[in-house]
Design a protein around this ligand. Structure first.
Ligand SMILES: Nc1ncnc2c1ncn2[C@@H]1O[C@H](COP(=O)(O)OP(=O)(O)OP(=O)(O)O)[C@@H](O)[C@H]1O
Length: 315
């Protein structure tokens, strides 16, 4: 089956800066996929290349089988992109903006679908308000609506929830999940890892323009070795013998990273020897955030989940 998005050996240089260093990626039709990475990793550059807004220095990209350069008209027709930046025309109302956007795709009589999008994105009472009079969160809703006017089978959302309130976030995800259930492929970039974990089935992690992890969330989380323990102690001091295990400390809690559960006994011994009393103790389950931190730090999980070692896509 033709993949929704196929990225082959894509490089992008801005002058001497290499933003992408040979990215290979295949996203299947119907997937809810997350593209993760720290600031400057190359996520937006890759999205812009997929959207045909930036040309790759080398390599090729296809959306639903259409090459984004050779066959750009068809590639754009099957793709809707919600950009990270708030770009809008201040002279039109919300509804006019969506009607104009429909016009770009040659769509007449698109009113029923526009009404549906307006309803789902909770924009009904703003439909006749001028774009410049909307709050930042409202403008972002319109950007989402604009990306959907032509009912594209592939939808890319570049940090759609950055700086928006909880209500919009929840409403947006409800709508996007519905679109995914109806068969739309969703690609999401976000810095909210818990959001990616809750919504997506597979993730790619980009670091300095290269994919360093690509797998299902379940496989990535299962590949975390060792365990973490969260402690609250009295007195509120971590004995010096345990300092080498300290992963982080905040608000009276110490998080220790252990190679395995067998080290718990050593921790308890050290606490007893130092006269520390355990007020609270919690074994933390690995999550996507831990995978992300370890991958970006270049520890063993990055190697175990490397794209080169990833075999077939999950069926
Ligand atoms: N038009 C441009 N000209 C020069 N350098 C650019 C341009 N666009 C991006 N870059 C650089 O390319 C690298 C990747 O940037 P990109 O915006 O793709 O990262 P990102 O992963 O989307 O980051 P963020 O999470 O901050 O949005 C960065 O070093 C950035 O400064």
């Amino acid at each position: 089956m033709t993949p929704a998005i196929e990225v082959k050996q894509v490089y992008k240089c801005f002058g001497r800066l290499q933003a992408l260093g040979g990215v290979d990626l295949e996203i299947r039709v119907g997937e809810f996929f997350a593209l993760l990475g720290p600031n400057g990793a190359g996520k937006t550059t890759l999205i812009n290349i997929i959207a045909g807004l930036t040309r790759a220095s080398r390599g090729s990209v296809r959306v639903m089988g259409h090459d984004v350069v050779m066959d750009y008209r068809d590639a754009r027709r099957v793709l809707g992109v919600v950009p990270q930046e708030l770009v809008y025309d201040p002279f039109f109302t919300v509804r006019e903006t969506l009607e104009i956007q429909s016009g770009y795709y040659g769509l007449k009589n698109n009113g029923a679908w526009i009404d549906e999008i307006i309803h789902h994105l909770d924009l009904a009472d703003k439909a006749h308000v001028n774009m410049r009079a909307l709050s930042g969160g409202m403008k972002r809703r319109v950007l989402v609506a604009q990306a959907l006017v032509h009912k594209p089978p592939v939808i890319v959302l570049d940090e759609p929830t950055a700086g928006v309130d909880v209500e919009l976030r929840q409403g947006l995800w409800r709508f996007v999940k519905q679109l995914n259930r109806e068969g739309h492929t969703i690609v999401l970039t976000t810095h909210y890892l818990e959001e990616a974990e809750a919504l997506c089935s597979r993730v790619a992690m980009l670091k300095k323009g290269n994919i360093v992890a690509l797998d299902s969330i379940r496989n990535l989380v299962n590949s975390v070795t060792g365990c973490r323990v969260r402690l609250r102690l009295s007195p509120d001091v971590l004995p010096s013998t345990l300092q080498p295990l300290l992963s982080s400390a905040e608000e009276g809690y110490y998080i220790l990273a252990l190679e395995g559960y067998f080290l718990l006994e050593h921790v308890m011994e050290a606490l007893r020897a130092a006269g520390s009393q355990v007020l609270e103790m919690q074994i933390l389950q690995p999550d996507l955030e831990e995978v992300f931190i370890k991958t970006m730090a270049g520890t063993e999980i990055a190697k175990s989940a490397r794209i080169a070692e990833t075999t077939a896509l999950p069926t």
